[in-house]
Design a protein around this ligand. Structure first.
Ligand code: UDX
Length: 472
């Protein structure tokens, strides 16, 4: 099929590249000339596994980049809108980019087309898009609006797209439903998975995926409710982890016991320093705003947000309780991205903690496998005194009063512990992501503090008492 994808941000790029790999002809539209030039020159603006090879595979073939939205609309049967919907001051999503795309598309609808909202949007957006397009003079018979929420995680967005748990399409008319079925048929029929150059199947992916057709409003709610539920799962387990710390239980064992109940499931039950990223924090605020607007006081969401913020403060208290005073302390920080596998630092709990520690007077030496450039830029806007960046984890740990693990990079879970031990000034590790087994850390001579598990403290009886008191 001939598809236009509007917006070459994270969702748009991945969507466009994957549609091309499914055999569709894609025009990726953006109004940022610099971005288009970079894409045309073969640059890949985001750190995402398999994306460079998909773009390389289809550049100059099935995927083209363009600044001309009207021409792209005329040339396509389906237009996916994947532009940003940043939060406003009050938390609701700013829909002005979506609106301006709808307005511009309107002038180019010269035959039947399906306009699909892919951005995360509040309920009724599809109706607004329809209204704007009609208001600008398009015959309503010539188009339909569908909602096709994405469930892409950063770092695994390409495989999430090609091996999804489900595909949700919210659409009210049969003609548009048929076209959307066709768009995804390479996946739902299993055709893609038999191809020689298909992106490899991740463990546990069920193929072929199910396509769920719903009303447009239901699809919009599915997106908000899915993200809110996942964030709630994380906040829930973080709250349980805090109780585990108080009673001396081990949250890992608790999660094993909870997660094996098939009604609950083991995923998204990892405690830590809280969720971050460009989606959960923003989507929770947006869902809360939607609920408020329709007169529902969704206080559960407030609590999810509150627990998430408290989780970071709790970790900071833990650092303080272990190190006693913070001013002048040298900390080796491993991780700045909001999670492993990405260079994204938006709402990163790791970065927020680093900034807090800097305010407290700590000297930070940080390392992240992918997010350092972005972190440097973000920190330089606030304050760059007290932070330096290292070339590897051991350099970050050199001479440190303590090492803090703040992002769940695989690389940080397989460190050479003897080398780390040699690098530090004091063998203290505070792990905000529970990457290590406490007994292993102790065997390597570390005092090890994690989240929701009893600390493993070596020859620090005094410290143990203080830390225990703090945990309680
Ligand atoms: C999320 C959703 O998973 C995805 O479906 C949606 O389309 C976009 O938002 P993403 O933001 O890429 O994806 O990251 P995700 O892997 O969901 O992690 C979000 C945050 O939660 C990260 O900060 C991560 O560290 C944290 N997390 C995740 C936990 O603290 N514990 C967990 O068990 C899982």
């Amino acid at each position: 099929m001939r598809i236009a994808v509007v917006g070459s941000g994270y969702v748009g790029l991945v969507t466009g590249a994957c549609f091309a790999d499914l055999g569709h002809d894609v025009v990726l539209v953006d109004n940022d000339d610099k971005k288009l030039e970079a894409l045309n020159n073969g640059e890949v603006p985001i750190h995402e596994k398999f994306l460079p090879e998909l773009l390389q595979r289809h550049r100059d073939g099935r995927i083209k980049f363009s600044g001309d939205l009207q021409a792209a609309t005329r040339a396509s049967e389906i237009v996916f809108i994947a532009v940003g919907t940043p939060p406003t001051e009050s938390g609701d999503a700013d829909m002005s980019y979506v609106e301006s795309v709808a307005r511009e598309i309107s002038g180019a609808i010269d035959g039947y087309k399906v306009i699909v909202e892919k951005s995360t949007v509040p309920v009724y957006t599809n109706e607004w898009i329809r209204t704007i397009i009609t208001r600008n003079g398009t015959n309503p018979e010539l188009f339909e609006v569908a909602s096709n929420p994405e469930f892409l995680r950063e770092g695994s967005a390409v495989t999430d797209f090609l091996y999804p748990d489900r595909i949700v399409v919210g659409v009210d008319g049969e003609r548009a439903a048929k076209m959307m079925r066709e768009v995804y048929s390479p996946l739902t029929s299993g055709w893609y998975y038999g191809r020689a150059h298909a992106i490899p199947r991740p463990d546990k992916a069920q193929i072929p995926p199910r396509l769920i057709i719903t009303s447009a409003q239901s699809a919009e709610i599915i997106k908000h409710a899915s993200n809110a539920f996942l964030a709630m799962k994380i906040s829930f387990v973080n709250a349980v982890a805090s109780i585990c710390e108080s009673v001396g239980a081990n949250v890992e064992q608790v999660c094993d016991g909870i997660g094996t109940d098939s009604r609950i499931g083991p995923r998204f039950l990892k405690p830590g320093i809280g969720y971050g990223g460009s989606c959960f924090p923003k989507d929770l605020l947006a869902f809360r705003a939607v609920a408020k607007e329709v007169g529902y006081d969704f206080r559960l969401l407030e609590e999810v947000i509150r627990i998430n913020e408290e989780q970071r403060r709790r970790f900071l208290r833990k650092v303080r309780s272990v190190l006693w005073t913070l001013r002048g302390k040298r900390l080796g920080v491993l991780g700045l991205a909001f999670k492993g596998g990405t260079d994204d630092i938006r709402e990163s709990p790791a970065l927020l903690l680093v900034q807090e520690l800097m305010r407290e007077g700590c000297k930070i030496c940080a390392y992240d496998p992918a997010a350092m450039d972005r972190a440097k830029e973000a920190i330089s806007q606030v304050n760059c005194n007290g932070i330096e960046f290292a070339g590897d984890p051991y350099q970050a740990a050199k001479g440190a009063d303590a090492v803090l693990i703040l992002t769940e990079w695989e690389e940080f879970a397989t460190l050479d512990l003897d080398e780390l031990r040699k690098a530090v000034k004091y063998p203290i590790v505070l792990d905000g992501r529970n990457l290590y087994d406490p007994a292993t850390m102790m065997a390597h001579g570390f005092s090890y503090y994690s989240v929701g598990r009893p600390p493993a403290i070596k020859q620090e009886a005094q410290l143990a008492r203080v830390a225990k008191r703090e945990h309680a």
